[in-house]
Design a protein around this ligand. Structure first.
Ligand SMILES: Cc1cc2nc3c(=O)[nH]c(=O)nc-3n(C[C@H](O)[C@H](O)[C@H](O)COP(=O)(O)OP(=O)(O)OC[C@H]3O[C@@H](n4cnc5c(N)ncnc54)[C@H](O)[C@@H]3O)c2cc1C
Ligand code: FES
Length: 255
């Protein structure tokens, strides 16, 4: 499946919480096939410090509108500049990049576990999992209630469980403390978020011998396997997250 460089057109840019915004960008030539878990390398124009493209997950795909949605957290100059995009602006991207999550089978019980902005690649995955006939549940973890991101779209694909570290909403603690996460026999767990969170979910899944894939957000520069700055240690040696990932089965990761 070929990747392409393209100027997408911004359809909408909506702030969804302090420091988080949702971009919708349209392809004028028709979207390529995009698999859940894949990402884009986004060019940020007009600033010398944003010479390198920024990797962003595909949050959602709408083939009727030929648009992709990106859920973005403002961290530095690149994401700050992206937050100022307006409808009609162009967004130059290379996409679709990376591998993808392995889709579940019919009737399988699937848990999507997202920490903060780590929920970004899980929405499109959840939709695809539903299309496969899987039963989807969602567990989202946030620092506190003021950091909770809009999860209304997740509600359309399955039951949503929330954990906050300070207990201001949902279960107090982490996703691994949510009773439904601990008590149910999931066939598959898919996860994205801060590395400590993914490691604890991987540990919980490994102990119960549950199939588990995580999407890594290692720092990236080139995004095409040339600079080796995104290498991760696996049972198959050191591999580039940008080309061999970002999705890995926890059994292959030497964490
Ligand atoms: C495959 C992949 C998918 C991603 N998907 C998303 C997404 O959907 N939404 C989103 O908001 N972000 C996502 N990220 C992270 C995003 O790429 C970075 O936050 C962004 O590049 C920061 O650019 P910046 O110019 O704003 O900040 P910089 O000025 O480049 O960095 C600001 C601070 O953020 C830290 N930082 C930069 N990149 C990362 C990273 N990957 N992980 C943790 N800390 C980082 C830097 O160390 C620095 O402290 C993804 C990363 C990868 C590798
Ligand atoms: S980002 Fe350059 S090799 Fe992965």
């Amino acid at each position: 499946m070929g990747k392409r460089v393209e100027d997408l057109i911004i359809l909408a840019n909506r702030q969804i919480n302090q420091g988080f915004f949702l971009l919708e960008a349209k392809s004028l030539i028709g979207l390529p096939v995009i698999l859940p878990g894949q990402f884009l390398q986004v060019r940020v124009d007009n600033a010398p410090q944003t010479f390198l493209r920024r990797p962003l997950s595909v949050h959602d795909v709408n083939y009727e509108r030929d648009s992709v949605s990106l859920l973005v957290q403002v961290l530095g100059e690149g994401t700050r500049m992206l937050s100022g995009l307006k409808p009609g602006d162009t967004l130059n991207v290379i996409y679709p990049l990376g591998n993808s999550f392995t889709l579940p089978g019919k009737g399988e019980r699937v848990m999507l576990a997202g920490g903060g902005c780590g929920m970004a690649p899980l929405l499109y995955l959840g939709r695809k999992a539903r299309e496969c006939g899987a039963e989807v549940s969602v567990a989202l973890g946030f620092r506190n209630s003021s950091r909770i991101l809009d999860f209304s779209e997740f509600r359309k694909i399955g039951e949503v469980f929330i954990a906050t570290e300070d207990g201001t909403e949902g279960t107090r603690g982490f996703i691994t403390d949510i009773p439904a996460f601990r008590e149910s026999n999931w066939d598959r767990i898919y996860c994205c978020g801060p590395e400590p969170m993914m490691k604890s979910i991987a540990k919980a899944a490994g102990e119960r011998d549950i199939f588990c894939e995580v999407s890594l957000e290692n720092l990236m520069a080139c995004g095409i396997g040339a600079c080796l700055c995104c290498v991760v240690n696996t049972s198959e040696g050191h591999v580039c997250t940008c080309t061999e990932g970002p999705v890995f089965n926890i059994r292959t990761l030497l964490w």
